[in-house]
Design a protein around this ligand. Sequence first.
Ligand code: NOJ
Length: 591
Amino acid sequence: MAAQKVSTSEVPAGTSIHPHSSPRATPERAGLEWWRTAVIYQIYPRSFADATGDGIGDLRGITARLPELVDLGVDALWLSPFYTSPQRDAGYDVADYCDVDPLFGTLEDFDTLEREAHDRGLRIIVDLVPNHSSSDHVWFQQALASAEGSVERARYVFRHGMGETGELPPNNWESVFGGPAWTRVANADGTPGQWYLHLFDSTQPDFDWQNPWVHEQFRDILRFWLDRGVDGFRVDVAHGMIKADGLPDYTPPADAGSMGGSGGGLEPEIGAHGEAMSPPYWAQDGVHEIFRDWRGVLDEYEGDRILVAEAWVEPLSRLAEWVRPDEMHQAFNFSYLETPWTGAAMRRVVDDSLASFAGVGAPSTWVLSNHDVVRHASRLAVTAENPQGHGIGPRSPGQPVRELGLLRARAATALMLALPGSAYLYQGEELGLPEVIDLPDDSRQDPTWFRTSGERYGRDGCRVPIPWEADSPAYGFSPSGESWLPQPDDWAPYARDAQLDVDGSTLELYRAALGLRAKFGLASGDVEWLPGFADDVVAFRNGGIIVIANTGAEQVAIPDAEVLLSSNPLQRTVASAGTLPSDSTVWLLDD
Ligand code: NOJ
């Protein structure tokens, strides 16, 4: 990228590039483990690359695309579930934790993928789904076939119903995907029997983690994959495995949807003394004992193997409990993901994240997109309330303007990748992919869509198979042209090959940012806020660079320095010396 000099005379009055410090990110510098600074790329296997041509991505497809991931500059891959599953929740309904679903390949395919990834210096993190299994799992089938009070039923959460004949569910909990969290089963003689708990779909029965047998099974599952050489686990619903004693009723506050997460309604209520109070199915203290136990298992293995929490827990100081020194290594920073694109909010969440995680010796993580949220290239331009998990469809209010969304997404990513700690990317964001809003109703597959009778669109719009080649069938996703969700007709310009080496493309922005992030050691640096900028502006120094993000509507003056990276493609071609347009981020050399 051509260096651009801008003039000091245009720096606003009072601007100084001499900082005052924010809380330090890693005061104790406890270690230099890879995961403290890694960029981890999430692969959603069914939508990444399809080698077999059945329209569903697979492990061999991933292996074939490893060179492209190395070229992008990421350090590790997190694979969403590829285990044996009836795919009622796209694989988060596991029927065999120690095998690969034929849709995705075989265990040998996994071994090949892992070996080739390791050979290229890429680590592999797999998904662990411990809160629930598939109802097809042999353990649940055994539970159904066994009598009330049996050891088989004790593996899951079976209870008698309320009401005169047990016709009412045991409590009032609702499924994250909509509808009741309980389903009644039939006795062997066909009469109505007990109810089982499922915080998600009815095909995803919750385990009873009060039962030591469940603990034993999951230790074995961890060992199975650790023995195969995985570098870690992303732990699904890591705030949900323990439920409050007695399973008390719970009525979420009216505005609980705003921090739903795939976990739904997770924002803690604030008690009379300002303390966070969790729903009786989220963030119960007992979960920590499980993670300490697992940490012990991982520590038996050589290498830095990690546990990453998917825990929709607020505030960040509470989430930090998941990454205390003897628990998990990282937790997804969903507070950051959900922060609106405004300067004050961004500064606050960065400070809060760095302080909260540093307080327990963990790195902060950063994330803007994943397979459960509206892609940030659309989300950042949605103008109406859009609770996580509800998705956007043609009838949703506040439809995003695509150009604005992409502009903001690029700026937000450039800001994120300059922050110290570990960053997560979701496949396709490096191409600037928007959410697919106009999926035909009859193509939708998210259980949320079905369980709310179409009231919530759900998460399919961020899961559409990604485009690799502008002129190939299915944009190079599948050799047959098949695609399990239809790809938009206008995606050719987003294809990887249409962006590679194209100055100003989103792919080139990501490649450049990742390269500079490594070169300047930003991930192990510190944030030092720069004073003197307008409230809409996020400005800080990290290592040898100055980062300035303008979230406001007006252009702002920036210091005279060499431009290393600019999120705004126009900025490099128009005369913009000394100014930063709105919704743009720039990295300047601090010399
Ligand atoms: C979180 C996963 O990310 C999401 O996709 C899934 O539906 C739920 N957990 C249930 O497993």
